[in-house]
Design a protein around this ligand. Structure first.
Ligand SMILES: Nc1nc2c(c(=O)[nH]1)N[C@H]1C(S)=C(S)[C@@H](COP(=O)(O)OP(=O)(O)OC[C@H]3O[C@@H](n4cnc5c(=O)[nH]c(N)nc54)[C@H](O)[C@@H]3O)O[C@H]1N2
Ligand SMILES: Nc1nc2c(c(=O)[nH]1)N[C@H]1C(S)=C(S)[C@@H](COP(=O)(O)OP(=O)(O)OC[C@H]3O[C@@H](n4cnc5c(=O)[nH]c(N)nc54)[C@H](O)[C@@H]3O)O[C@H]1N2
Ligand code: SF4
Ligand SMILES: [Mo]
Length: 843
């Protein structure tokens, strides 16, 4: 069952278990490896979440693993802008010195961190948090802050947690600016959608300006004009209120502040809002009635609205659809869920149903005193024990102490670690532009503003890991310019990406199949799954796994004394109990070390694990924190122990069950426990957004002008796009060029046909692209795929196929609350070329 880390037996074909890294579903895979290639790939039937399902995309994942794009040595930029290869020690030494110099001269807060994980790799980024703390940085961001921060904030106000819809069981599935047939986001999306569409008693409702694959299967498709969802979703919610379709008793019992919402929605002119969003009023009313009549309904909003105007307001209105109808804490509804470690929102431990251990307060007081006064001598004793004397005695002492004090001492210690590393408490605004910081993230669209200025607190250095912001953030040119003005920029990636090309140093990472990895997209309810993936093969020579890279730099910064590392390692050699005690006590005694926890674990617990398994040390910490946070749900998932031993059992399962682990099982009623408001109610009124709802009542939406008569959706998910994780254009089976989709009426008026090359022009750029004429588009709406336009080493040197969407977008067009970009509503025009030009050529 377990896959041993590869010994690189070159010719022997081996099957191993891993996961797909192309979208957040992380479907389980079985892969046959030979000659360092992923030769055969199939869905893993044993995976507890995907159960053998895959889409078409991972079958040629070898294009990620084995392409000529792979970096093989650290790179340093020369004066003339070209790169030279340097050895690892030189790279790490120089980077550490330069980071320390920026910190000492301008302060750690001027060192900015971006990325830290894509769709399948969050372990490296978790280790990267230690570096962030080691240099005293405060600001960071990642892709979530150009899509999910508005929704996250709304969730925080309403109930305090991230939610997931129960689409497998729901009667009515509502997708708002979401095309799960292509983009997934729901486990086993296609069978789930097919089943919904096939069953006459269930329904799919889609809000999308296009007839997306999902819209084509829908019972009701509200084909809005692009960017007008606020009026459409407000009209839906208003219909629920005005036709008295709300779950009034449930609202009285489980919500507070709902009256303000009801009165705001009660005042809306549904007919006029229907006109403004371009959807027939009767269709909106029919959709609202269908939702209200259902046993259960669940909603899913995504980029179509999150990267469009009024996104934060739309998130709020979206959530009103399931709140007003009471679709919470029941099969088929919407639920907050457990996490292995939260990537959005606060760490939220749920108390055991049978209450705290007896004498908790006394134990806590005694425990803390013991920790304070006893920890050091104890660790010393461990160190002695590790040298061979009294090891069993030390373990016994640790065992007894843990039994007495685990819940009272390790738990608060765990909270401090989780809050520090999760950073969700970091709020406020950015030093230069005053952009709102939410969940510890600054808006992606504000990053360049924080650099391109002579403000004394501007960002001076940037650390980028597993992300390609020059390509993926609005207005690539401006981001590129911003990078060029920094004192230091470092990129960790597997490929020489568009962003890496702008960096001072590029550090080559081992691929996701060459190291331990895991994704923290553990977003399910009532059953939640986590998979730790073991390497299928050794790192490509010259590359290193991120945990090793981060530990090496933190070593060089010299922020932790050797004696502490030695003492903790000694405790780990005695037993994991002894280690737990020493580790939690250390963090209790020196809270400033919490941010360095990943590094401490790697260097101490990791030192006692087999060499390739070192990165699993952090998984031990996650397992303990997860068991502390959700003890009953972990027990229901089949684990039997309590306290420290429960975390241990979970860790052993994560470490050895290669197909993934069902780590929590909830009951529907448990959803109430995940609400973070002490009254366990949904706080429905959000004053800022109710004011915004009132404001848009006076707005007539329009995003086009005579100069730019089209609305361009810049970045649609198609069958062969996967962000920019795969660079080889040959990976795509269909739509190789990534055509601009245009409706037949517009095509006729322009005089273009499928395959013709046109120039698409926006206020910020222009690009040549072939056209695909298709009636899935509505008049005035055009669309380009995401993930295109990345350079790839070809026969004639580096070539780029397709349009890089952010060569056309603007950083200024963004949500007024959280700065999320309006990629889906870019004003544009189409210029028809006199002569046809080769697609992909520079305009
Ligand atoms: N194949 C594939 N799957 C992916 C990815 C990928 O790159 N490729 N990326 C993953 C990632 S990171 C993400 S975040 C998700 C995103 O997943 P989705 O959000 O589902 O993907 P998109 O295609 O960007 O946008 C969804 C829909 O929004 C519609 N839309 C455009 N403008 C508007 C509008 O004004 N209003 C409304 N209501 N809809 C509008 C588009 O027509 C499209 O059908 O996909 C994930 N899955
Ligand atoms: N115009 C427009 N822009 C968009 C979107 C859009 O719809 N329209 N969508 C947005 C969305 S939703 C998202 S999520 C972002 C995604 O954009 P990014 O956050 O930039 O993420 P990815 O494209 O997933 O890039 C992943 C990077 O990680 C690298 N990588 C892969 N494996 C490893 C590894 O093991 N270690 C390291 N260190 N690196 C690795 C890959 O080579 C790649 O460079 O794009 C956004 N940008
Ligand atoms: S791309 Fe997403 S849905 Fe498709 S196999 Fe990979 S993880 Fe699963
Ligand atoms: Mo995304």
């Amino acid at each position: 069952m377990t896959t041993r880390p590869a010994a690189d037996a070159a010719h022997e074909a081996r099957w191993g278990k891993t996961a797909c890294i192309l979208c957040e579903c992380n479907c389980g895979l079985e892969v046959q490896v030979a000659d360092r290639n992923l030769v055969k790939i199939r869905g893993d039937k044993d995976h507890p979440g995907s159960a053998g399902y895959t889409c078409e995309k991972p079958l040629r994942l070898d294009k990620y693993q084995s392409d000529p794009h792979r970096l093989r040595a650290p790179l340093r930029r020369r004066q003339d802008g070209t790169f030279e290869e340097i050895d690892w020690d030189t790279a790490l030494d120089e980077i550490a010195v330069r980071l320390a110099a920026v910190r000492d001269e301008h302060g750690g807060e001027t060192i900015f961190f971006y990325g830290g994980g894509g769709q399948g790799n969050h372990l490296g980024g978790a280790y990267g948090r230690a570096l962030l703390h080691a240099v005293g940085a405060r600001f960071m961001s990642n892709a979530l802050a150009q899509e999910k921060t508005g929704e996250g904030w709304v969730d925080q106000q309403l109930h305090g947690n991230h939610t997931a819809g129960d689409f497998e069981r729901t009667e009515v599935a509502i997708f708002i600016g979401k095309n799960p047939w292509q983009s997934h986001g729901v486990a086993r999306a296609r069978p789930v959608l097919r089943e919904l569409a096939r069953d006459p008693d269930r329904a799919i409702i889609v809000i999308d300006p296009r007839v997306s694959e999902t819209a084509a299967m829908a019972d009701i498709h509200l084909q809005v004009a692009p960017g007008t969802d606020a009026w459409c979703v407000a009209a839906l919610a208003a219909t629920l209120v005005q036709e008295e379709l709300t779950a009034q008793d449930w609202l009285d019992q489980h919500t507070v502040g709902i009256e303000q919402v009801l009165s705001a929605l009660g005042a809306i002119d549904v007919g006029d809002y229907a006109r403004r969003c371009g959807v027939p009023e009767e269709q909106i009313r029919a959709a609202a009635r269908r939702i209200a009549a259902a046993e259960s309904a669940a909603t899913y909003e995504d980029l179509g609205v999150q990267q469009s105007p009024n996104s934060t307001l739309v998130s709020y209105l979206n959530k009103m659809l399931w709140i007003l109808t009471g679709n919470f804490a029941k099969p088929g509804g919407v639920h907050p869920h457990s996490w292995v470690f939260p990537i959005a929102g606060r760490w939220h431990p749920i108390p055991r149903a049978d209450g705290p251990p007896r004498g908790d307060r006394l134990r806590r007081a005694l425990g803390l005193a013991a920790m304070r006064w006893g920890a050091r001598p104890l660790r010393r004793a461990m160190a002695l024990a590790a040298r061979g004397r009294g090891s069993r005695l030390a373990d016994r002492i640790a065992d007894a102490t843990l039994r007495l004090f685990f819940e009272s001492v390790a738990v608060p210690s765990a909270r401090h670690i989780a809050d520090t590393l999760g950073r969700s408490n970091i709020e406020g605004s950015t030093p230069v532009s005053g952009a709102r910081v939410i969940g510890g993230l600054i808006p992606c669209n504000a990053i360049a503003d924080e650099i391109l200025t002579d403000h004394p607190d501007r960002f001076r250095a940037m650390w980028i890991d597993a992300s390609n912001p020059v390509h993926s953030l609005a207005e690539s040119e401006r981001f590129r310019l911003a990078m060029s003005t920094l004192d230091l920029s470092v990129v960790v990636d597997v490929a020489l990406t568009e962003t890496a090309r702008c960096a001072d140093y590029v550090l080559p990472a081992a691929s996701q199949f060459e190291k331990y990895e895991s994704s923290l997209f553990t977003l399910h309810f009532p059953h939640n799954v986590f998979q730790v993936r073991a390497p299928l093969l050794d790192p490509l020579p010259g590359t290193r796994p991120e945990p090793e890279i981060y530990a090496a730099i933190v070593d060089r910064l010299g922020v932790v004394e050797d004696t502490l590392i030695a003492e903790l390692t000694a405790a780990a050699r005695v037993s994991r109990r002894a280690f737990a005690l020493a580790f939690f006590a250390t963090v209790r005694r020196r809270p400033e070390l919490a941010g360095l926890a990943p590094y401490l674990l790697y260097r101490t617990l990791g030192a006692t694990l087999p060499a390739t398994e070192k990165p699993v040390a952090l998984i031990w910490g996650m397992a303990q924190l997860c068991a502390i946070a959700h003890p009953d749900a972990v027990v229901r998932a089949g684990f039997t122990a309590r306290g420290f031993d429960l975390g241990e059992q979970l860790f052993e399962a994560f470490r050895t069950r290669r197909e993934g682990v069902l780590f929590t099982e909830d009951r529907y009623a448990d959803a109430w426990n995940y609400i973070q408001h002490p009254d366990r109610k949904i706080h429905a009124a959000i004053p800022e957004l109710l004011a915004e709802l009132a404001r848009i009542d006076g707005v007539e939406p329009s995003y086009t002008t005579a100069e730019f008569p089209f609305v361009l959706s810049a970045g649609e998910r198609r069958s062969f796009t996967a962000n920019v994780i795969i660079r080889d254009p040959e990976w795509r089976r269909r739509d190789k060029q990534g055509a601009l989709r245009v409706c037949p009426a517009d095509a006729t008026e322009l005089g273009v046909a499928t395959g013709d090359v046109v120039r698409v022009v926006t206020e910020n750029g222009s690009a040549l692209t072939p056209v695909e004429v298709t009636d899935i588009m509505q008049a005035g709406h055009i669309s380009l795929p995401n993930g295109m336009g990345v350079s790839y080493p070809g026969e004639n040197g580096a070539e780029a196929v397709g349009v890089a969407p952010n060569s056309l977008t603007s950083a200024a067009r963004r949500d007024k609350f959280f700065g999320t970009p309006w990629h889906k509503t870019v004003p544009a025009r189409i210029e028809v070329l006199a002569e046809h030009t080769a697609p992909g050529a520079r305009p």
